[in-house]
Design a protein around this ligand. Structure first.
Ligand code: GCB
Length: 594
């Protein structure tokens, strides 16, 4: 028995090699695994379960080939169809347009690992559940469709003939995050880049280099090493301002960093990024980091100590023009370029963390970002596993983007119905986020209600725990006619800034009529005109992000010839055409700048 235990302890478990997300994969040596992957569509998951619905030892992850003419193997990756990675499967194959289930992906590769290096396979995102195997061995699994993850493959990777197999399952589940009901397309697959990351055996695993909360010159954060040589001298350099700050990591490989620097602050008008390097004896990482402060004071939002109004717009991660999930730098530039044209200094990236290009480009273009997790509508508030899942997605979002100046707001929920269980759940998420990142503002799109025909009240108990109040309202679309906005007054229980995080209405581009006729551009235009007049009168309003920059696919929107499975609330159509309301908002955002 003792011997068995000893053997058990000595045999390294493949899964035990997992370490948390590697920060800033851009600054490292990587090998892309993007491109065509062999795929098998598996609606019954027979590549995973046997006919008794038990997990099989001989699933498709073995990538087996018949060894003789009598061998029975009922799948073959190499003669199966391919799908491009990154990319959702729905828009790559007509057969998969509405598909929700399992698709197996396989990529073969050679890799000559150098001595004293470690290798990780990194996924930008896989929607929704991924089981990952290398050379027939399971290396890990991941839940959550919009955040990155990595697994170490140092011990398993071979010089030639590696096969990486991923089972991606996008079946919706009641207990998942998001849950069964959403208003966006459940695009499945390896929707973001996949790459190998090579690091030295002890390497800079993660770091936070940002201004301390409330300060405009004190840089404060930490560096964390992973590997065997955890006690090292680390130097953080910002050459442009002559910073060379040396600290020693402790036995856990951790060191706090704290120094004053004379920095030109990052802002939408001047999105200054500094080259920053983090050097250890065994490793060096480069990043480009902006420094700015973000706070609230009463009902104001202060950027670098000065009040700012967030002229924003919501965006889904929907590829401009071609449709499907957006995943590239070009997609990000197009979407954020349209937001800039609108006069925006702010975007709400709805309803889940978008791909990293969006955040990196926002950093470069000077666009403030609200980033959120898909705690949307009716999550299972009482389910401990659901909470753990939401915490994990929140943690992964923060882990990836915590060094990006553009990100100023983390949001934990969208339109979630009031209950004690919901409040407990969301409070847990808020304190988790604050423990991971004490500098950014916390928000959520909350509930609000009428106290009489013409008064909207914001008193959702969640407001007490947030820095910025978020409210979605559809006065003029789901709630009365556009003119209803004229008589509305807004009140809040809290002395806090409000961002009107959604408003708007549908219009089919090119569909014209009188302003009273639904689905016309004139009707949408009228909604915006009445909304803007109302918004101007809200004394504690400090930002707006109307719904939404572009039309996006939604299974809940079947109306033929108008919606055709698109939510038409875009200010821009899915073909890139600007609707009349775009110009109404653009005019207001111009006026706000003078
Ligand atoms: C909302 C949701 C958003 C929907 C939008 C709509 O309140 O937050 O996800 O897409 O309304 O168009 O109904």
């Amino acid at each position: 028995m003792k011997l068995l235990l000893l053997i058990f302890l000595l045999v390294p478990s493949v899964q035990a090699q997992q370490i948390g997300l590697i920060a800033n994969t851009d600054g490292r040596k990587t090998v892309s695994l993007n491109g065509q992957w062999q795929t098998i569509v598996d609606p019954y998951e027979s590549g995973y379960y046997n006919y008794r619905y038990q997990p099989s030892d001989n699933g498709y992850f073995k990538n087996a080939k018949p060894k003789s003419k009598t061998d029975l193997i009922e799948y073959d990756f190499d003669s199966s169809a391919t799908l491009n990675v990154p990319g959702d499967w729905n828009t790559q194959s007509d057969q998969l347009f509405f598909y929700e289930g399992t698709v197996w992906y396989k990529k073969s590769f050679d890799y000559q690992r150098k001595p004293d290096t470690r290798v990780f396979v990194y996924f930008g995102a896989a929607n929704y559940f991924a089981d990952v195997y290398l050379n027939g061995e399971k290396i890990g699994q991941h839940e959550g469709g919009f955040t990155p993850f990595n697994f170490e493959i140092t011990k398993l990777v071979r010089d030639t003939g590696n096969f990486l197999v991923v089972k991606v399952d996008n079946k919706r589940r009641l207990d998942a995050v998001p849950t069964l009901m959403t208003d966006w397309w459940n695009y499945g697959g390896l929707t973001r880049e996949v790459k190998l990351i090579e690091t030295p055996s002890t390497f800079v695993h993660d770091y936070l280099i940002q201004l301390q909360k409330g300060s405009r010159q004190r840089v404060s954060g930490w560096v964390k090493l992973a590997g065997q040589k955890l006690n090292q001298r680390i130097t953080v350099r910002i050459p442009e301002v002559g910073i060379n700050k040396t600290v020693n990591t402790d036995a856990r490989g951790f060191a706090e960093v704290d120094f004053n620097a004379d920095l030109k602050l990052w802002s939408p008008e001047s999105p200054k990024l500094y080259d920053v390097t983090i050097e250890a004896a065994t490793d060096q990482v480069r990043d480009q980091i902006g420094f700015r402060s973000i706070e609230t004071k009463g009902t104001d939002i202060l950027l670098n100590g000065r009040p700012i109004f967030l002229r924003g717009v919501c965006i889904h991660e929907e590829a401009p023009l071609r449709g499907g999930r957006a995943y590239s730098r070009e997609d990000a530039r197009t979407l954020l370029g349209w937001a800039k044209e609108l006069g925006a200094n702010f975007v709400r990236l709805a309803h889940y963390p978008h791909n990293e290009f969006m955040i990196r480009e926002a950093d470069r273009m000077g666009i403030l970002v609200w980033s959120e997790i898909p705690v949307y509508w009716t999550i299972q508030w009482e389910n401990a596993a659901t909470l753990e899942n939401a915490r994990n997605q929140l943690g992964e979002m923060i882990a990836r983007d915590k060094n990006r100046a553009a990100v100023v707001i983390w949001s934990v929920a969208n339109e979630t119905p009031l209950s004690d269980a919901r409040l407990t759940f969301l409070k847990n998420l808020i304190s988790h986020a604050r423990s991971l990142d004490a500098t950014r503002l916390m928000s959520a799109a909350m509930e609000r209600h009428y106290i009489n025909d013409t008064t909207q009240m914001i008193d959702d108990p969640l407001g007490e725990y947030l820095d910025v109040l978020g409210c979605n309202e559809y006065v003029g679309w789901y709630d009365g006619l556009p003119e209803k906005a004229d008589r509305l007054e807004w009140r809040s229980k809290y002395q806090k800034p409000l961002v009107m995080s959604e408003f708007g209405g549908d219009a089919l581009f090119g569909h014209h009529g009188d302003a009273g006729a639904r689905w016309t551009e004139e009707h949408q235009e009228s909604i915006y005109q009445h909304q803007i007049a109302m918004l101007k009168k809200i004394p504690f309003l400090r930002g707006t992000s109307p719904w939404i920059l572009t039309d996006f696919r939604s299974p809940r929107r079947p109306l033929p010839n108008i919606q055709d499975y698109w939510n038409r609330k875009g200010l821009i159509s899915n073909r890139g055409e600007k609707k009349k309301a775009f110009y109404v908002l653009q005019q207001w955002y111009r006026d706000l700048q003078h």
